[in-house]
Design a protein around this ligand. Structure first.
Ligand code: SF4
Ligand code: FES
Length: 232
C-alpha cells in the first residue's frame, strides 16, 4: 500500500523554524511506522533524522508523536495508523534535529530520584529475600524502558519543564515500594518538593502513552498516598 507521511523537520544549524516535508512510500500494512521512516531515509531522503536501535520495543529510543499521540515507531503497525500519517518529535524537549530531541534533562531527573536499590546492611551470602506479595507491589514499574513517552505527553510538564515528570516518578515508585530498599525517605524528600509528584493533575495522558502498558498515573497516585501516609 502507498502511505503519505508528513514529517516535521528542523535542522537548527540551517533552518529558521520547523517545517513539514511530505513523502510517499510503498510499504506493507503489517510494516511498522519505523519501516516507513527507514524506507524514506534509505531510498528518498537520507537527511531525515530519527533515533532507533532495537526495532523491537525494548530500547525506548524511537518514541515520537504519531498522528498526535506518543508512540514507539517500532511498535505501531501501518494498518493501525492508516495511509496518512503525521510524525513529529515528542513535545516539551528541545529538538536537536528533525525527530531527535535532547534527552539529557530527562535523564538528569531520572538520576535525581536515585533509581537503584540502596541497602547499607552487609550483603547476605545469597540474595536479599523478598516475599512474592512484596515483589508484586512494584512489579508494574519495573517495566519502564525510559522512552519518555509519558513525560512528554504530560500537560503539567509542558507548562513547567522543571516538573520531575511521570517517568522519574515511575522509577522512584519502583524503589520506594521495594521492601529491601532503605532510602525511601531520601526519595520522598526529592519528589515531594514543589516540582515533584504533587504537580501531577491525573490527566492520564501518561498512562495512555506508555508503550509498556504501565499504569503510570496509578503509580504516581500510590507515591502520593505513601507520602501522605508516612507523614501522618
Ligand atoms: Fe516510557 Fe512507560 Fe517508562 Fe514512561 S513509564 S518512560 S512511557 S516505558
Ligand atoms: Fe528500540 Fe523502538 S527502536 S524501542
Amino acid at each position: 500500500m502507498q502511505v503519505t507521511c508528513k514529517i516535521r523537520r528542523y535542522n537548527p544549524t540551517v533552518d529558521e523554524k520547523p517545517y513539514f516535508s511530505v513523502y510517499r512510500a510503498e510499504v506493507e500494512p503489517t510494516d511498522r511506522v519505523l519501516d516507513v521512516l527507514n524506507t524514506i531515509k534509505w531510498y528518498e531522503d537520507g537527511t531525515l533524522t530519527y533515533r532507533r536501535s532495537c526495532a523491537h520495543g525494548v530500547c525506548g529510543s524511537d518514541a515520537m508523536r504519531i498522528n498526535g499521540r506518543n508512540r514507539l515507531a517500532c511498535k505501531v503497525l501501518v494498518r493501525d495508523v492508516g495511509n496518512r500519517m503525521t510524525i513529529e518529535p515528542m513535545m516539551g524537549f528541545k529538538v536537536l534535529r528533525d525527530l531527535v530531541v535532547d534527552m539529557e534533562p530527562f535523564f538528569e531527573k531520572y538520576k535525581a530520584v536515585k533509581p537503584y536499590l540502596i541497602n547499607d546492611e552487609p550483603a547476605p551470602v545469597t540474595e536479599r529475600l523478598q516475599s512474592p506479595e512484596d515483589r508484586a507491589k512494584y512489579d508494574d514499574t519495573t517495566k519502564c524502558i525510559l522512552c519518555a513517552a509519558c513525560t512528554t505527553s504530560c500537560p503539567p510538564f509542558w507548562s513547567n519543564p522543571d516538573f520531575v515528570g511521570p517517568a522519574a516518578l515511575v522509577n522512584a515508585h519502583r524503589f520506594i515500594f521495594d521492601s529491601r530498599d532503605q532510602r525511601g525517605a531520601d526519595r520522598a524528600a526529592i519528589i515531594s518538593d514543589r516540582d515533584g509528584v504533587w504537580r501531577c493533575r491525573t490527566v492520564f495522558n501518561c498512562t495512555d502513552a506508555c508503550p509498556r502498558g504501565i499504569q503510570v498515573t496509578n503509580a504516581m497516585e500510590e507515591v502520593k498516598r505513601k507520602l501522605l501516609y508516612d507523614r501522618a
